[in-house]
Design a protein around this ligand. Structure first.
Ligand SMILES: [Zn+2]
Length: 303
């Protein structure tokens, strides 16, 4: 039986962004970007091969539609309520404390945090109308770096979406005061990718182990807390297959292998070690040419 070009393309080695190993296993093509999703066989990180910034921008401005049905708004409120509780448990705001919610779809979390901080700044790639709540100020993803440093930054369900997660952590590092705190939340979905389940537009697929390895590789932060909450990864997968919507178990915290990874990190002094990925045009071309080379080599070898 002859292999298709896609099989050859899938089978070539990919380089892990975390440990640089090329010992990889391709899984599927990303339904969002067409790029190969693979798992590093050395460190276990599940990732998408490099996607150009232009491609990501195009996807997020043209295709990524924010759902805002009443059901969704209610879910966001519940989600934000639990997150706010956890933030106040782990971070005690002083009278002048300022917080940033980076990627605050719907502005529900800033609204709930506003009562506890001197000022909450919110920004999202989709822009959005001013919520008209005292204590909340909107800015843009581009302008947020010009703000005075924050005491707390919230990065909830954002890191898994961006082209360069190392660069985003570096920006956050620069936006924080000395000893500033980052509340980081990502889905625990590395296992889900194996059965073809993944969040819309996700590029990086974490589990608690690879999230720790990722932050350690970046080198700008120390973990002070990490926990998984919500339904377990297995229960969630089963519920999606059975189309059971009752799976958003907001109150369930500290569940083993829960679908939400929630972490608090403290800013480390000094520059991050790995401040950015090198997914510029030149490195993408290099990646493409090596992929084509291996494809060709395999095709000739099996002809
Ligand atoms: Zn690796």
């Amino acid at each position: 039986m002859s292999q298709t070009l896609l099989d050859w393309y899938m089978s070539v080695p990919r380089r892990c962004v975390l440990c640089e190993s090329t010992h990889s296993a391709s899984m599927i093509l990303s339904p969002y970007f067409g790029a190969v999703i693979f798992r590093c066989l050395d460190c276990g990180f599940t990732q998408t091969e490099p996607v150009a910034e232009e491609v990501m921008r195009r996807y997020y401005t043209a295709k990524y539609v924010k759902a805002d049905e009443p059901e969704m708004i209610w879910q966001r409120q519940q989600f934000a309520r639990v997150q706010t509780g956890l933030v106040l448990e782990r971070f005690r705001p002083s009278p002048g404390s300022r917080a940033l919610d980076y990627g605050s779809a719907g502005y529900e979390l800033p609204r709930q945090l506003a009562a506890h901080f001197a000022e909450v700044v919110a920004c999202d790639i989709a822009g959005g109308a001013d919520p008209g709540v005292p204590g909340i100020r909107l800015t843009s993803i581009e302008d947020v770096d010009r703000e005075r440093p924050f005491d707390l930054v919230v990065l909830s369900h954002v890191l898994e979406h961006v082209a360069d997660p190392f660069a985003l952590l570096t920006r956050i590092h620069e936006m924080l005061v000395m000893d500033g705190v980052l509340y980081l939340e990502v889905p625990n979905e590395a296992e889900h990718v194996k059965i073809g389940l993944m969040g819309k537009g996700h590029v990086w697929f974490f589990d608690p182990h690879t999230l720790r390895a990722f932050v350690e590789r970046h080198g700008g932060f120390d973990f002070t807390f990490l926990r998984t909450d919500g339904a377990s990864v297995d229960e969630y997968a089963k519920a999606v297959v059975e189309k059971n919507c009752a799976i958003f178990d907001f109150e369930r915290v500290g569940s083993p292998d829960g679908v939400w990874i929630r972490a608090f990190l403290r800013k480390r002094a000094g520059r991050p070690v790995r401040s950015r990925l090198t997914t510029d045009a030149e490195s993408l071309l290099r990646q493409l040419s090596s992929t084509l080379y291996f494809c060709n080599e395999r095709r000739n070898g099996r002809a």
